[in-house]
Design a protein around this ligand. Structure first.
Ligand code: PLP
Length: 393
């Protein structure tokens, strides 16, 4: 192997893909793989969706980038569309999940200073959280391994257990500097952990009483993945801030920090910015992604296929010792084993499946929203035996 000039930040598997079609990927040798990972919840519409290819090709031929110093009509249109489906007010566009979360963190601090008169604003974050790898989002992230070596971390975060209302009530009783609570209602990297809808409703009520912003990081579980446009819609509440990225552009880099109510109208020119954020090419991808999800009824499909995947694995693994839990919502599926199982990823690849293992022992499946019944059968019939073999060793 020649020396690689790519910085060594990923323990990469040996496969290299040349092209994709729907839920399938093809490698340099022509072998095909069923993609149950979607580039980690990114390729919402599958690979090379004709509407997406057409939209971005046409836009690339017209105009790719101007600058946020000028009006960008496609950005305005995408902001309108996001406001319409979320019931929220305004959108800041950027290029990734961590950038969307940085914007949310800055917004919460700004809110604390400007509206609550708090000099050292604190944001409550959750155990097992993942919010990104910039210094502020890494500090909000719960993973000590990811943080190690990058200290000093950014101050101003207070951590509580995910889904624990009592812990939040105790914070409310003691801490006058809290300005916001930030959480993934369905944690991805942390091991596919879902909070109850009732918890989210209670949290909303507590935030209202305390004047805290409720920030939902929907970078992984948003854009239709859980069977609603946004995960919090299952609970019938609305956050003050929501962050999006990953699946919003179905493969084109785009991020968004969406604000409502108390969090809207805070940022003024000069408070935040991004050179690339919300350029016409990325927004064309975002618009067509949302159009296809709505037009092809992919929210319903995500719900049904997610249930079918969980039921399929529950049936195939029913009497297998070592299965701790099969959980998730919509097309965010976690299969927790009683032991570390990272090596299953390479075994699945060998067998023609892209899957993921997170938190050491949770098999994570994040298929495209176009996944169909046949794909579910292929996935379950192909991957369940690998899990059985692994557990019987
Ligand atoms: N937030 C959540 C919930 C995520 O899952 C991720 C990435 O996995 C991020 C933020 C960071 O997104 P990005 O890698 O685009 O910066």
């Amino acid at each position: 192997m020649p020396v690689s000039h790519v910085m060594n930040t990923y323990a990469r598997l040996p496969a290299a893909f040349t092209h994709g079609e729907g839920v399938w990927l093809f490698d340099e040798a022509g072998k095909r793989y069923l993609d149950a990972l979607s580039g980690i919840a990114v390729t919402t519409l599958g690979h090379n969706h004709p509407r997406l290819v057409e939209a971005i090709s046409a836009q690339a031929g017209r105009l790719m980038h101007t600058s946020n110093l000028y009006r960008i009509p496609l950005q305005e249109k995408l902001a309108d569309r996001l406001a319409e489906i979320s019931g929220m007010d305004e959108v800041f566009f950027c290029n990734s999940g961590l950038e969307a979360n940085e914007a949310a963190i800055k917004l919460a601090r700004f809110y604390g200073h400007k509206r609550k008169g708090v000099d050292l604003p604190t944001i409550v974050v959750m155990e097992h959280a993942f919010h990104g790898r910039s210094l502020a989002t890494l500090s909000a992230t719960a993973n000590r391994k990811a943080q190690a070596g990058f200290e000093p971390l950014v101050p101003g975060f207070l951590r509580v257990p995910h889904g624990d209302m009592d812990a939040l009530r105790q914070v409310a009783a003691r801490n006058r500097d809290v300005v916001a609570v930030m959480l993934e209602i369905l944690q991805g990297e942390g091991g596919v952990h879902l909070v109850d809808d009732s918890y989210l409703r209670e949290l909303r009520a507590l935030c209202d009483v305390q004047g805290w912003l409720l920030i939902c990081d929907e970078v992984q579980c948003g854009t239709g993945r859980t069977g609603k446009w946004f995960g919090w819609q299952h609970a019938g509440v609305r956050p003050d801030v929501m962050t999006l990225a990953k699946g919003l552009g179905s493969g084109m880099p785009i991020g968004a920090c969406v604000a409502a109510g108390l969090a809207a109208g805070l940022f003024q020119p000069g408070n935040h910015g991004s050179t690339f954020g919300g350029n016409p090419l990325a927004c064309a991808a975002g618009l067509v992604t949302l159009d296809v999800i709505a037009g092809s009824k992919l929210l319903d499909n995500a719900l049904r296929m997610g249930d079918a995947i969980r039921e399929g694995f529950a049936g195939a693994l029913a009497s297998v010792p070592g299965i701790v839990d099969i959980r998730g919502r919509g097309l965010m599926v976690g299969i927790e084993l009683d032991r570390p199982c990272g090596e299953l990823v390479a075994r699945a690849l060998e067998a023609g499946f892209l899957i993921n293992v997170t938190a050491g022992n949770v098999i994570r499946l994040l298929p495209a929203l176009i996944f169909g019944n046949d794909d579910v059968s292929t996935l379950v019939n192909g991957v369940a035996p690998l899990i059985c073999d692994f557990l019987s060793q």
